[in-house]
Ligand binder design. Structure first.
Ligand SMILES: [Zn+2]
Length: 365
């Protein structure tokens, strides 16, 4: 596997190739970008390129160094990942890494430590790593990867050179779905658009149940409804969220024996908020499409490619100002939802807004 096997990311590849080729290296890097964009593959390839016996810039894939790194058994290249159950990186793992890099390189030229999802380091683990970043042993390079940097200590971040990874293009996701997952091109096109650059989202939508769930959600905001219909829809959503929180708490408990109730509840709440924001982003995608339909005749910019006709019809029936107000309403609730608000009432109000039903309108049934 070489740099060319990392999909897209031409800017990041050029930067890494230049640094390896010129030998102008930082002690630490942070690769930042969405999941599935090749951050870890790039880090491992950088480790190979730095230690490759062919020394040509790109790893040769054939020498002993390259082969051992590919197999994950090179004594100077370490990849540290969060523990599966807790999804955290403990201080003990960081200490073990530090012990290994305190030794002289055993066979390579550089000792490379890749810390995957570095924002999952516990506070004391991050503080311990900071010491190594402040005084790195000679010939040591750290590569941290994360989706965004908000979970990293600013002191850790400031010691790393940042390299950004971009979401995958629709075309790349489409070809993965067709070539590797065997989807027909039409379905692959619809799903790749929904994924918005995230391969994991695209793969989740390969499950017909997921697509059905999305369809129902969109029906809930795109089809005409009266007050009663709106309240039923928000009730359905609240039921879904309650079930989701219960299931997720049970699975966290099962995976983390002895974890106290408060910690389980806190983690379940975090995941519930992610689920709520997923729902809101699906609503958002609908009204963004309607707005796009107002300003362009081309269907290429739509996210919901399977609803082109309905998007066009809806756009005719709404003013641009009205669409923007709905988009703003979704944005506002997305900010408020993790606070202490009553979610049922908030969803009732939002859905009334999205259906242009004034609050206080009597039920028609
Ligand atoms: Zn090599």
């Amino acid at each position: 596997m070489s740099f060319s096997d990392v999909r897209e990311q031409e800017v990041a590849k050029k930067l890494v190739r230049n640094m390896v080729g010129s030998g102008r290296l930082a002690h630490a890097y942070v690769f930042v970008g969405p999941p599935d964009t090749g951050k870890v593959a790039m880090a491992v390839n950088m480790a190979k390129a730095l230690n490759c016996e062919a020394g040509a810039g790109d790893p040769c894939d054939a020498c002993r160094q390259c082969r051992l790194i590919d197999k994950g058994i090179h004594p100077d290249v370490h990849v540290l990942r969060p523990r599966k159950a807790s999804r955290t990186i403990s201080i003990n793992s960081v200490r073990e890494l530090q012990r290994r890099i305190s030794l002289k390189p055993l066979m390579g030229i550089y000792k490379v430590s890749v810390i995957v999802e570095a924002d999952r380091m516990m506070q004391e683990a991050a503080n311990s790593l900071l010491k190594s970043l402040e005084e790195p042993p000679p010939g040591t390079i750290f590569i941290l990867t994360c989706e965004d940097t908000s979970g990293l200590l600013p002191t850790v971040l400031s010691r790393c050179q940042r390299i950004n990874f971009m979401p995958l293009s629709q075309r790349t996701i489409e070809s993965i779905l067709v070539d590797e997952k065997g989807l027909d091109p039409g379905r692959a096109r619809v799903i790749s658009r929904l994924a918005e650059g995230r391969l994991s989202v695209a793969l989740a939508y390969c499950d017909p149940d997921e697509i059905e769930w999305r369809r129902k959600l969109l029906d809930g905001v795109s089809e005409a409804a009266d007050v009663l219909g709106v309240f039923n829809e928000s009730g359905r959503l609240i039921d879904h969220f309650n079930r989701y929180r219960k299931d997720i708490a049970a699975s966290i408990k099962a995976r983390n024996e002895g974890m106290d109730e408060e910690a389980v509840a806190a983690r379940a709440k975090g995941l519930l908020l992610q689920e709520i924001s997923r729902v809101l982003s699906i609503y958002m995608s609908w009204f963004r499409d309607v707005l796009v339909a107002k300003v362009t005749k081309s269907d290429d910019l739509f996210t919901n490619m399977d609803r082109v006709e309905l998007i066009r019809r809806t756009a005719v029936s709404m003013s641009t100002g009205d669409i923007i107000r709905k988009i703003e309403a979704i944005g506002e609730i997305a900010v408020k939802i993790d606070g202490n608000i009553n979610r049922k009432i908030a969803l009732d109000v939002l859905l009334l807004d999205l259906h242009s039903i004034p609050e206080g309108e009597p039920c028609s049934r």
